[in-house]
Design a protein around this ligand. Structure first.
Ligand code: AMP
Ligand code: GLY
Length: 421
């Protein structure tokens, strides 16, 4: 088969790495890819959000199956446009991608279908939002309705912070159109976990759990990021908790989306707060997490590609997946200055040595090749991962690989996995 992966991050490198290993894959392309992905796929100079360009490439190269990595093209309807062109693709339709594309839609959907989530109100008027925040009091969570690259959420410990967040989004336009509407919701207590399920519109197959580290600094301090590291699985999601998440959140979502005429296919990524009363949904994403995906791909023993195809074809019911019993852990190396102002263009060396460390795998996220050198070209630049028999071993191996990376322009958290190790 001829496969096209869409995206250019560490998640897409891990997906390409897994797909390239499939006996079903004869030809692998990635749009636009990165220098790490170029080691396992042919990179195509078409941006992930260039819908017309991707459809044209898929038709011209007779691509049999497309795997879409990031959320923006899904929310913009890439899977629908590919289907119209006769190219099957892994991922939700535009209508189903609203679960991530609009927080207001997601909250109203949960209310309609009895899915446990934080109490909330939607606002399109700043004064009404401020009045509501004053009436509720802190702590409160203020969220831009639309996609804001993981930066549209403010967990406000005080009323002043909540009011400032409302003004920044609705009056100052900090998130552009994505912040014209807000969701204000109850602060949930508990521990966070990421849960993944492959879906085919009617059936869902658990695809593992992980724990992300969203803050930039050690000890979960500093601003939120796209994710500074992850490990999988997390003990928070044992067999009993998995059964509850499937029964209380994932299956009702599949049934509800099908009833509403937007059956969900692709990977459903539930961001959960596990508290005293069980799992509550913080947010849905309609694609793999980054860096969670890197850890899932290291643990997956089965061939990934047939599972993705079964999701698109509605044939997951009889599917079974096998996993390594190990823990996988990923340390994100970011450019100095991330998340506010990452410095681009610094040189990275030592990746071959790092990749040769026991149990290690290196995925590229924001890198660029120039004049025979490898340069940092983004905020999150490398995903340095390892598998180990225990979380402790996976952590030690990942940091042993990090130590081989020669990149003075980068930094990483030193405590990924601290909750389990
Ligand atoms: P999101 O972008 O929706 O994942 O939110 C970013 C982060 O904000 C989450 O990972 C949580 O740590 C936090 N968060 C979001 N909603 C809530 C909530 N209702 N209660 C507590 N924390 C929240
Ligand atoms: N790591 C969180 C996300 O991909 O949204």
């Amino acid at each position: 088969m001829r496969i096209l992966v869409v995206g250019s991050g560490g998640r897409e490198h891990a997906l390409c790495w897994a797909i390239a290993a499939s006996p079903l894959c004869d030809e692998l392309h990635c749009a636009p890819g990165n220098p790490g992905i170029a080691q396992v796929a042919a990179c195509v100079d078409v941006a992930a959000d260039d819908t017309a360009g991707i459809v044209a490439f898929a038709r011209a190269r007779k691509i049999d199956f497309v795997v879409v990595g990031p959320e923006a093209p899904l929310v913009a309807g890439l899977v629908d446009r590919l289907a119209e062109a006769g190219v099957p693709a892994f991922g939700p339709s535009m209508a189903a991608a609203r679960l991530e594309g609009s927080k207001g839609f997601m909250k109203d959907f949960c209310a309609r279908h009895g899915i446990p989530t934080a109490a909330y109100r939607r606002f399109s008027d700043a004064r009404a939002a401020r009045d509501y925040a004053r009436a509720q009091g802190a702590p409160l969570v203020v969220k831009a309705d639309g996609l804001a690259a993981g930066k549209g959420v403010v967990v406000a410990a005080t009323l002043d912070e909540a009011l400032a967040a409302i003004d920044e989004a609705m009056l100052a336009g900090k998130f552009g159109k994505a912040g014209a509407e807000l969701v204000i919701e109850e602060f949930l207590e508990g521990e966070e976990a990421s849960f993944f399920a492959l879906c085919d519109g009617a059936h869902a197959l658990p695809f593992g759990s992980a724990q992300d580290h969203k803050r930039v600094g050690d000890g979960d301090t500093g601003p939120n990021t796209g994710g500074m590291g992850a490990y999988s699985p997390t003990k928070l999601v044992d067999a009993g908790m998995e059964a509850r998440i499937m029964a209380e959140i994932v299956r009702p979502t599949l049934v509800g989306m099908a009833k509403e005429g937007a059956p969900f296919k692709g990977v459903l990524f539930a961001g959960l707060m596990i508290g005293k009363d069980g799992p509550k949904l913080i947010e849905f994403n309609v694609r793999f997490g980054d860096p969670e995906c890197q850890t899932l791909m290291l643990r997956l023993k089965s061939d990934l590609l047939p599972a993705l195809i079964a999701s698109q074809q509605g044939e997951l019911a009889r599917f079974d997946l096998r996993w390594h019993a190990d823990t996988a852990l990923c340390v994100v190396m970011a450019a100095q200055g991330y998340p506010d102002a990452p410095r681009k263009g610094t040189e990275i060396k030592g990746l071959a040595e790092a990749a040769a460390a026991p149990g290690a795998a290196i995925f590229h996220a924001g890198t660029k090749a120039a004049d025979g050198k490898l340069l940092a070209d983004g905020g999150r630049v490398l995903s340095v991962c390892a598998r180990g028999a225990t979380a402790k071993e996976a952590q030690a191996r990942a940091y042993a690989a990090v130590a081989k990376v020669d990149w003075p322009g980068g930094f990483c958290r030193r405590d990924i996995g601290w909750r389990v190790v």
